[in-house]
Design a protein around this ligand. Structure first.
Ligand code: TGC
Ligand code: FAD
Length: 392
């Protein structure tokens, strides 16, 4: 892998919209990525392994529990700082941002928002410090876009719950210490349960053979008559809206993260195009290459403004789920298109692991699928603007 020469594009002086704290948080994460992530990420993606040695550093830069209050070990930051951290992590690799998203929004988030005080105290500090890794089990073999149909269920046995079922495509499942699992009770109502590694009947086999998100570990969560203590049920919210609300926070983070991947592809392509000479001049001088680069910076700038405004709305508690869907869909699509165009600018070099573009491109195929596919988010916007529900 080439040295990390990344320079972040800021065509509309968006830095002027950020506070000193935002810039400090962003720059700390950026420096951490350059020093710790960039030098090793290609090797780990090639060998399809999660770099566990980064977990402690992720915790130190506030990537675990960015907006969770400090009394529970979180960083107590606002939503724009959270977004900026996700942007910087995904600038390095979508798989590393995935780990941070899941830990913050899908594991610490539900425990903080729906958990008892005892659960908050027991789990949040250990998750914030990276001592424990969490996973989030919603998707099942037969229920991806339609999680409301889930088959995983639990039964009240008097002094404990008995959990049966299976989740698949779960980020970090093979290395997780705790899993927030969504399952139906005997009345068919969805609840969140905290399942801990070591509980009898709980296993987490790894899903191999991925061409995407290779530096992130993915697997299943299998529950075969797992006895879950009653105090592990999240008491303060139930119904499908509970996991979907967690997804709002994670999707918001992804809408920032995708900009990071896009910026890295654009920056790499711009530098390469200015250095690479064909027909006696830098390829950046050809109109066709300028068109690609000009369109990339235009799309990145639009995406930056979209998430900045969304972050302000989120800080004010006003961002709607549909607004978040629009940003996730637009920004991931934008990043995928930029990765494809940037790869072409590098010619054959674009497919080499000496550059980050092909890895980003492959990673983004997962990002455009998880946390709600491209099509699902379009239908959420469609429902919001027409009032007519395509899912029913
Ligand atoms: P629907 O009937 O519309 O809604 C059921 C209840 O949920 C409420 N609701 C929401 N609440 C909060 N936030 C949202 N975004 C919400 N969307 C809906 C809704 O108001 C209703 O509440 P109530 O009180 O009336 O019961 O549900 P539906 O069954 O028709 O499905 C709607 C649909 C398709 C939009 C939804 O199910 C969906 O978003 N599907 C996509 C599934 C998904 O995103 N899965 C992600 C799995 S986790 C993951 O991918 C992690 S990867 C992380 C990483 O590695 O980075
Ligand atoms: P399906 O739902 O089967 O969809 C297949 C296609 O049909 C898609 O193109 C979809 O858009 C389309 N489609 C479905 N319904 C409709 C409709 N009503 N109208 C039009 N088109 C439709 N899940 C977790 O719970 N936790 C995790 O940590 C997690 N991590 C993941 C990590 C990776 C690397 C990946 C790839 C996935 C992960 N997922 C996780 C699962 C992810 O959320 C699902 O893959 C996603 O929600 C889509 O579900 P599916 O793959 O079953 O596709």
């Amino acid at each position: 892998m080439k040295p990390d020469l990344f320079e972040a594009p800021d065509y509309y002086a968006i830095d002027d919209l950020l506070t000193e704290e935002h810039k400090l948080v962003r720059n700390t994460a950026r420096t951490w990525v350059k020093r710790n992530l960039s030098p090793i990420i290609e090797e780990y993606a090639q060998k399809s392994e999660f770099p566990t040695q980064l977990v402690k550093g992720l915790a130190e830069v506030g990537a675990f529990g960015s907006y969770i209050p400090t009394e529970y070990g979180g960083a107590g930051l606002d939503q724009i700082s959270y977004g900026l951290i996700m942007q910087e992590m995904e600038r390095g690799d979508s798989g590393i941002r995935s780990t941070a998203s899941v830990q913050t929004s899908l594991v610490m988030g539900p425990i903080y928002n729906y958990g008892s005080e005892e659960q908050r105290k027991k789990y949040l500090p250990k998750l914030a410090s990276g001592e424990w890794i969490g996973s989030f089990g919603l998707t099942e073999p037969n229920h991806g876009s339609n999680p409301g149909g889930m088959e995983t269920k639990f039964k009240d046995m008097g002094d404990h719950y008995l959990l049966n079922g299976a989740k698949m495509w779960i980020s970090n499942s093979p290395i997780c210490d705790v899993a927030v699992v969504w399952a139906k009770n005997e009345e068919g109502r969805i609840h969140g349960l905290i399942v801990e590694r070591g509980m009898e009947g709980f296993s987490t086999p790894e899903t191999k053979n991925k061409w995407s998100l290779r530096a992130s570990i993915t697997g299943e969560l299998i529950f075969d008559n797992v006895k879950v203590p009653k105090e592990n049920l999240l008491p303060n919210k139930s119904g499908l809206g509970a996991p979907l609300k967690c997804l709002d926070h994670a999707r918001y983070g992804i809408s920032w993260g995708a900009i990071g991947a896009a910026m890295d592809c654009y920056d790499t392509a711009l530098r390469y195009a200015k250095e690479r000479t064909q027909f006696g001049k830098p390829i950046a001088q050809f109109q066709l290459q300028q068109k690609k680069l000009a369109e990339m910076i235009t799309e990145i700038t639009k995406a930056q403004l979209l998430v900045w405004r969304l972050g302000v709305l989120k800080n004010e508690g006003k961002a709607t789920s549909a607004q978040i869907s629009m940003a996730k869909r637009n920004n991931v699509d934008m990043a995928l298109n930029i990765a494809r165009e940037a790869r072409q600018i590098l010619g054959a070099m674009g497919i080499s692991g000496d550059y980050s573009i092909m890895r980003h491109s492959m990673n983004l195929e997962s990002v455009v699928t998880y946390e709600g596919t491209h099509d699902i988010h379009l239908l959420i916007t469609g429902l919001d603007i027409t009032g007519l529900n395509a899912f029913k």
